[in-house]
Structure formats: C-alpha cells, structure tokens
Write a protein that binds this ligand. Structure first.
Ligand code: SF4
Length: 209
C-alpha cells in the first residue's frame, strides 16, 4: 500500500478555527507525524493583521507544541519589536506542521522537508490563510517562499520587497530567522539581524500606509 500524501481527508468540513486546530492534531496525511512529538499548528489571533509563515517546527517547537518558541523564535520576536509589529497582532505558522529530523546520537537534526511533504501539508496552511485573512503575509525563508510563490522564487533577490500576489493585500519574503543563528560570527549575526528587521519594517510601513 502506498504512503498517504495528503492532509485533505483530515480537514474538517466546518467548525471554524478551533475545529481546524483540533483536527490538525490528529493529521496522518504524510509520514512526518510518526517520529515527531505532536502537530505544531499556527498560533495567534484569528483576526491577526500579519501572518508569518516559516518552514517547519524545530526541536523546541516539537516538544512545546507551539511555533517559534526556540532560538529562532526569539530572533523573530526581537525583529518584530524593532520593526514595530506587535507580536500579538501576528499569527505565526509553518508550511509543514510536523518536525522533520534525523537522529544523531541524542540530537535531533533538522531536515528540510521535501516537496511532496510540503504539498501534503499545504491544505492546513490554505485553511489558516482562509480563516485569518491577513492584511500582510510574510514568508520566512526559501522553503516557505517557494511553497507559496513558486519554485523559481529567490529570497536572496526579492527579500524585503512588496510582491504582487493574490495571497494577501501585502506580501513579502525574507530570510528565516534561523539563518541569523547560523551566521559565522557576531558581526555577521548583527548584520543579519538588522537586515531582517529592516525587511519586516517594510511590511510595517505598508500596514500603516
Ligand atoms: S506534516 Fe502536515 S500533512 Fe504531514 S502528518 Fe503532519 S500535519 Fe499532516
């Protein structure tokens, strides 16, 4: 028998946001649920003005069951503050809702999700977008940007710009905050931090316009 590769059978036919979140907890739409601890669904108010979409939960997020609570989440919080976007006005989620990793000894090393895994999980993100209907959608990193804007999209070339898209009135892409943590030294880290906050500030200005 072939592996399941579609979250759609798990999407509830009604019941709003709460039903969606509860159903996602039981999703078996692809193989990623099995080694992971739990589904990490999006978090934030249903009427958030900004939606930020990353790649997938990390080790901390998998254990906590909440998105962006680890070191990358702290970078995101700092940049949102610098850009004057209130975190409680932002809905945060990922294109893939289960942590994909490889075990090396006692460590769980992040693995980039494959295209079929991203496609399997996409119905959850589509539902989140339909429920939240954000004014601004910010894609964090290449995986999220390519998943929503096409495989030819290059974050390095287009970051910090306002993009033409039907996904939301304001759409932009930037790096994933985990890229800041991978910078080779403190000076590079500071530069990445500033550039990331500047990209988010473009969105903040567009929201105020
Ligand atoms: S990664 Fe997405 S599609 Fe796969 S089991 Fe988890 S929630 Fe379902």
């Amino acid at each position: 028998m072939s592996e399941p590769n579609d979250a759609r059978p798990f999407i509830p036919s009604g019941g709003g946001f709460r039903a969606l979140r509860e159903a996602a907890a039981g999703c078996r739409g692809c193989h990623l649920w099995e080694p992971a601890t739990q589904t990490v669904f999006g978090e934030g108010l249903k009427r958030s003005r900004v939606m930020l979409v990353g790649e997938q939960p990390g080790d901390r997020e998998d254990r906590a069951g909440r998105p962006f609570v680890g070191p990358a989440g702290r970078e995101l919080d700092t940049a949102l503050k610098a850009a004057r976007i209130a975190r409680d006005e932002a809905y945060v989620t990922n294109v893939v809702k289960h942590f994909k990793f490889e075990e090396r000894g006692r460590r769980r090393i992040h693995q980039t999700p494959k295209r079929f895994e991203i496609e399997a999980c996409r119905p959850w993100l589509d539902e989140e977008l339909a429920q939240v209907r954000p004014e601004a959608l910010v894609l964090l990193g290449a995986t999220a940007a390519k998943a929503l804007l096409g495989s030819a999209f290059r974050v390095s070339r287009e970051r910090g710009r306002l993009l033409d898209s039907e996904l939301a009135p304001i759409v932009s892409a930037t790096i994933h905050p985990s890229a800041i943590l991978r910078a080779p030294d403190e000076r590079a880290r500071m530069a990445e931090r500033e550039a990331f906050a500047a990209d988010l500030a473009v969105v903040a200005r567009a929201l105020r316009a």
